[in-house]
Structure formats: C-alpha cells, structure tokens
Design a protein around this ligand. Structure first.
Ligand SMILES: NC(=O)c1ccc[n+]([C@@H]2O[C@H](COP(=O)([O-])OP(=O)(O)OC[C@H]3O[C@@H](n4cnc5c(N)ncnc54)[C@H](OP(=O)(O)O)[C@@H]3O)[C@@H](O)[C@H]2O)c1
Length: 245
C-alpha cells in the first residue's frame, strides 16, 4: 500500500509485533520505508512471518524475543537491536496485557504483571532509547486506550496501567524534548481480544456505532510518527468518540 509519509533511513522497534495490531503497525512503518525490528514474547513463528512480510516490502527486518515482565530482558532489547540491525530511532510501545479483572478480582500478582508489561517496560525502553539517541532525533508512540483518560471499574489493572502510561507520555514529551517526540494513541474497539471478549458490549457507548479498522489505527500511528513534527505530548483518540460518552 502506498503511504503519504516517508520513513526511509529510520529504524523502528515495535513491541508485540508478531501478530494483531503490532504486526499491522510494523508493516505500515515498513511501507513508509523504515527498517523494522519485530519484538515478540511468545509468538516466534508469527514474528518471523511479520519480518518476512516486511522484507518483501524491501526493508530490513529482524525479530527479537524478550519477556517484557523481566527488567533485564527489557534493558537488553535496544543494545540487541543495534547489534542485530542498527540503532533504533522510532519506538512503538504496543505490547500489552489486557485481562478482564475488576478491582476485587485483581491480586497483587496480576496487578504487578500489568504494571510490569504495560508501564514499567515502556518506561525502561523509552529511557534507554533517549539515553542511546542523545541529541539525535527520534519519536516514541505509546499505545493507550480510551479508558486511560476515562478510568472505570472494568479491566482494572489494565486501565490503571494505561492511565499511568498516558501520564508518562506527557511527562516524557517534556523531559525528552526537543529532539524526541513522545505521543500516545488511545484506541477504542479495533480488534476483539484474542480470547474473544464481548463484541457487542465493546460497541456500547461508541457514538460512531461501529468498530474501527486496523487500517485506521495504522494511519493514526503513522501520522504520529511521521506527520507534523511540531506534535508532541498529544494523546490522539481513535475510538469513534467513546471517551466522550
Ligand atoms: N485491540 C484493540 O481493539 C485495542 C483497543 C484499545 C487499545 N489497544 C492497545 O493497542 C495495543 C495493541 O493491541 P493488540 O490488541 O494488538 O494487543 P494484544 O494482542 O493484547 O497484545 C499484543 C502483544 O503483547 C505481547 N505481550 C504481552 N505480554 C508480554 C510479555 N510479558 N512479554 C512480551 N510481550 C508481551 C504479546 O506478544 P506475544 O504474542 O509475542 O507473546 C501480544 O501479542 C495494546 O497496547 C492495546 O492495549 C488495542
């Protein structure tokens, strides 16, 4: 697919890019001409397929495995990426845990795992990214959820972790300026959870009254990565208006 942006000469790391939205983000970035590093946790076969699909678009691509709940594995990701391909200058924090737990079901263990994967890993990766880039230009996009700015009782540890990630997005936009832009993409109903979920419930309260498409999510991501470079600290909602109702 032809894209309205060029990212030629850039190197992107996309977490959780073996399948689902992460895969689509990686291929959208590759379509703009950037080399892509496909991070995965358990989906090694799917990650290899994503990398092959990126290579078929004419860019370089490698896969890297890391458990984002393990701080030493998170810390090693960018040095490994630089060794395997090149220094990363675009970071997309897409990997996430999304478990249907309410406040009373949430144990300390499930709480900690959501914070580790959804907040601590993006923090450590972004800090390492900024440290390695120094004065060079770069961009980070954190994948958020409409729930991040409208926290409710469902998916309790997930929602709290995404709310904190939204706060971190804004704080880092200031901390890492002027050379690194940091933005958030807050999604609504794009893809039902891998384990099914309640597809009908997902549309309740969505003014636009339909699911968003994966292509719309990719377009929004590319806008934040490669669009006007005066945008930083923004949280762009792609949720059919769900955060307003
Ligand atoms: N889907 C939607 O409609 C929707 C709506 C709102 C927000 N979002 C946000 O958009 C992003 C992408 O959504 P998605 O639905 O594609 O996500 P997803 O399928 O729920 O998760 C993406 C990937 O995260 C990785 N992951 C989870 N725990 C990990 C760990 N400990 N270590 C390494 N990787 C780990 C998994 O990789 P492996 O499979 O390789 O283990 C998984 O494939 C997420 O941040 C999500 O919160 C999505």
């Amino acid at each position: 697919m032809s894209r309205p942006y060029t990212l030629q000469g850039r190197v992107a790391l996309i977490t959780g890019a073996g399948r689902r939205l992460g895969r689509a983000f990686a291929l959208g970035i590759a379509e703009c001409g950037a080399d892509v590093i496909i991070h995965y946790g358990r989906s090694g076969v799917a990650a290899a397929e994503t990398a092959a699909a990126a290579q078929a678009l004419g860019v370089r691509s490698v896969t890297l495995q890391a458990d984002l709940a393990q701080p030493e594995q998170v810390r090693s990701l960018l040095p490994r990426a630089a060794q395997a391909l090149a220094e990363v200058d675009l970071l997309v924090n897409s990997a996430s845990l999304f478990e249907p737990l309410d406040a009373m079901d949430t144990t300390l263990d499930t709480w900690q795992r959501h914070l580790d994967v959804n907040l601590t890993a993006p923090f450590a990766l972004s800090q390492s990214f900024a440290g390695r880039l120094g004065e060079s230009p770069g961009a980070i996009v954190n994948l958020l959820d409409w729930r991040a700015l409208r926290p409710g009782p469902d998916h309790f540890p997930y929602t709290v972790s995404k709310a904190a990630l939204a706060a971190m997005t804004r704080a880092m936009a200031v901390a890492f300026a002027p050379n690194i832009r940091v933005n958030g993409l807050a999604l609504g109903a794009i893809l039902p959870p891998a384990d099914g979920g309640d597809a009908e419930k997902a549309l309740q309260g969505v003014p636009v009254a339909r699911w968003g498409t994966v292509e719309e999510a990719v377009q929004a991501l590319l806008f934040l990565l490669a669009g006007p470079s005066y945008i930083t600290g923004t949280i762009l909602h792609l949720d059919g208006g769900r955060h307003l109702t």
